[in-house]
Design a protein around this ligand. Sequence first.
Ligand SMILES: *Cc1c(COP(=O)(O)O)cnc(C)c1O
Length: 469
Amino acid sequence: MLKKDIVDTPIFGSNEEQRVAPKTEMTKEGTAEDIAYQIVHDEAMLDGNARLNLATFVTTWMDDSARRIMAETMDKNMIDKTEYPQTAEIERRCVNIIAKLWNSPEAVNGQYCMGTSTVGSSEACMLGGIAALFRWKKRRKAAGKPTDKPNFVISSCFQVVWEKFAIYWDVEMRTVPVTAEHITLDPEQAVKLCDENTICVVPIEGVTITGLNDDVKALDAALDKLNAKTGWEICIHVDAATGGFILPFIYPEVEWDFRLKWVLSISTSGHKFGLVYPGVGWVIWKDKSYLPKEMNFAVNYLGAEVPSISINFSRPGNQVLAQYYQLIRLGWNGYHDVQASSLNVCLYLRDELKKMGIFEFFTDEMPNPLFIWKLKDDPKRKWTLYDLSDRLHIQGWQVPAYTMPADMEDVIIMRIVARQGVGIDLADLLMKDIKACVAELDALENPTNSAEKWNKKQPQSQRCFNHVR
Ligand SMILES: *Cc1c(COP(=O)(O)O)cnc(C)c1O
């Protein structure tokens, strides 16, 4: 029973509120519920305002009903398909709906498609990569050939998950450098890096660093030629963390998905432009036969086999339910309109930045609601984009500055991602602050650049880690 004095004491008059919160050790006694709540709530206030974060790809706004669904169902464990068969059924529906968006031949025939929800794109990419590795191993073993030196090919603009994949599963990562002339994956160069030990090539739709799309169709054609000549079966896993929920709505005619011969698996982040709070991702295979049997720990419920394919075990089921909510709430038109308006906000911002006359853009293309720019050369200018990023941070905005990967590592760029919840009005307020910050930096005798010095010392993955998500 609560002691009376605890019940009657106002939160900010309590003894607990007079103490510093425990940092390294548990306290012996607990804390009253409302005070514990207040302490954690108040500490979280120090995090940035997610809506002003123009660095992240991850959803920062959902409607009240979505939040209600998530709160009501956060006790459901996704892995427990026997206890929560309806959540499992809804996961299968989501897999099918997304597979259909990606023109899966199985979805077209109205069957259940092969795929799973994951905790995010990272797990989904891993699963796609492992499946390619296992298929390659099986073919090599059948041919009596060694399986100790697998590799995969990707552009140097890879997201850090692929470095992890290479290290965890001991697969060599071969990177095609991007250059100012070839700022996306060059299919000819990619094919040149392939050999009999190549398990797959990984194009990216919505390259994290640039916002551009690798040309999957050209890559597919180049690989088809190579495979025909050599008898290899080098396939494609598309990392569509961003593009998976943009391309089907904005460019349905572009062929980047299961319409292409060698695209056997695709992954995406449900919590990026799938418009769900973190963390949910999806990976789908073109056909059941492309998921190696040893990766499918199928469970039986109510007489049906439900695929269980994941690296994590227990995981919240409410994010999958929230994904389903978004799919039925928005429908195709709703997703189209939300993504189109995010693109519009980016176009508006780019036009406004262009008018300032001091920035340069790498391409006119903007396939995804994010874009990058750099400063025009000016020997008189004493500040860099790192300084501008710092200044904006003081105003509460997070607009990251970072350097490009190998072969363009001297180029400092700035990036903006617009998501659901970043409207024209907010963009306008940002522009006002950018102009004010630039004027301030121009007027300073000694603009600091500590961020630049810090960033330069970091390895690529770390350097980008803070900002590129
Ligand atoms: C964000 C991203 C990832 C990692 O996705 P998570 O959902 O955060 O795990 C992987 N690849 C690309 C291209 C990304 O943009």
